[in-house]
Ligand binder design. Sequence first.
Ligand SMILES: [Zn+2]
Length: 635
Amino acid sequence: MPENQKRAVIYCRVSTQEQAQRDALAVQVEEAQNAVKSNEWVLVDQYIEMESGTTKHGRSEYMRLLDDIKDKNKFDIIVIKSLDRLNRSAKNWYLFVEELVNNDKLLYIYMDRAFYKTDDRLISGVKAILAEQYSRDLSSKINNAHEYRQKNGTTVLINNNTYGYVKNPDKSVSIHPEEAKMIRKIYRLAAQGCGSRTISKILYQDGIRNRNGNQLEESSIRRIIKNPLFKGVVVMNKRHFDFEKKKEIKNPESEWIYHQGLVPAIVEKELWEKANKMLKLSAAQVKGAGWQKKHRELYDFSGKLICGECGAPYYKTFRRQYANPEHVIVEWRCSSYLKHGRKKQEVAEGTNQSKEWGADEQKLRRGQITGCDNIHLKQEGLERMMRELSGQLFAWQDEENMIRRIIKILSEVLLTGETHLKKEEVEKNLMAVRNRKSRLLDLLLDNTISKQGYKSKQKELEQEEQRWTERLERMDVEEEKIRQTKERLVGIEQKLRADGCEKIQAGLLMQVMDHIRVFEDRLEIELNPVALPGVASVHGWIMQKPGALQKDYLQEYFIEVPTARYFADTRIIKKKKKESIPDILRKEPFLTNKELAKRLDVTFSTLRRWLADYKKKGQIYFDKTGGKGQWRVRE
Ligand SMILES: [Zn+2]
């Protein structure tokens, strides 16, 4: 073996999509071997994963590779098909790259015919941010389409597709018990402030499916909530068929006819109204007005918050502040709480609730399902926390510099199609061929060359002329593409400048944050440094201040934040509110529940729970004697 010849190993694994293809693994092995050969390396070992999967057992070849990387004398280069071969988890990828760098090994990706550059990570980070932006734009478009369809295409009369009811042979309508249960659940969750996405998730987790056996779509849920049918109101004359125009025309609302009692109600009117109010609220949130939208885009915690008490994910809810109904409060709550209420909640006998929860409620009583007492987290507090964190994590020294850097990276990625030859050179070559052609004709006319010789030479030159012409045309197309890309880059640059760095920081932070585990007294933020370009100190530019976050701190991959700093007040305030009730009622014994709830700025149900506690202990009772009755407080 020549002394300078590099030693290579190959690592092959079939991706999930490729599994369906025959001989995919064999093909990959051959391709990798060819890559080694064509680069004139020496193949010294092969790591071929026979089974796919992320379990340690399935990854034994990978583990062997990881061990062998540390061996200085074994190999210099690892050859793989693409980056996704190596690791599905970003954390493992980080560890892998560390090993690579520490042991002076190179990674060759034969699909790209290139060595893995540490820059790639930075690029993928920036790309992820932009991709995220694009997908967000896309999803808002999809949402609009849903809404448009809803506005334009629902029939209110019962047809066979209407959930909750069955049409009897005599054309009367009766309630479908199972589906009615589902509908009541939807309304209850909506009234609690869950958006349609959250409701869809909860139903799915509880094993509730649509009639096709699939997850209920968000649009179906919204349609159900908006349908007045479920409070027993049938709306007729909503639209008419215009024969002249040959299409259905919507009638003005003043012409709609409401029929009450034609169908049995599935939910109470109050619940229906509340659910619809909340639905509008969450729809407004999604569309987002003013600053709220801006902030929502900065930090979306969906899927990131996990309950430290019970392990369930946190879901987003909306509610209005009681004292100030204009103010919308976005709050994250443990999904166990949303589904089953508080942990030690006793469900009152004979109430609507106990009937509606059915089997769940019974399980609840048997202790098989428990709710959750963990704290709710206000979006406001989370955002405050994120802003402080990103200030600590990324200390951008120079915003302008960063924007230029990003654009430079993107240019390198997006403008790879630029040809090495300049257009003038191609034009020069074309001219030269044409000159040679005319000279050739001169030679023929001078009888310097034979007709035979002329023909074969001319054919050759014509072919060459053709090649240069085509090349020139291709370059024109290429040039146009590059022009468009450059235009896009200018757009991106403007966007970056307009949005400022906060957005990028936020994007990076959200990207690097695996999840947040919620405990009553603390949040444990688990980081995933791989997702963050530059953390491995390959690029100093993100971690401008080395002291901002210690490397060993990152190696632990988590940050602990005391909840008191951002959220603490709610519990203490609530406790104080509850304690103030006897005093208030002593002074104003004629307050209604509603007035009292408003005074305390708590929801009606919270107040009812507190009052029930006081009543149970016998501290407060409602004295009905003497007309309207009044509150009595026992000392
Ligand atoms: Zn929980």
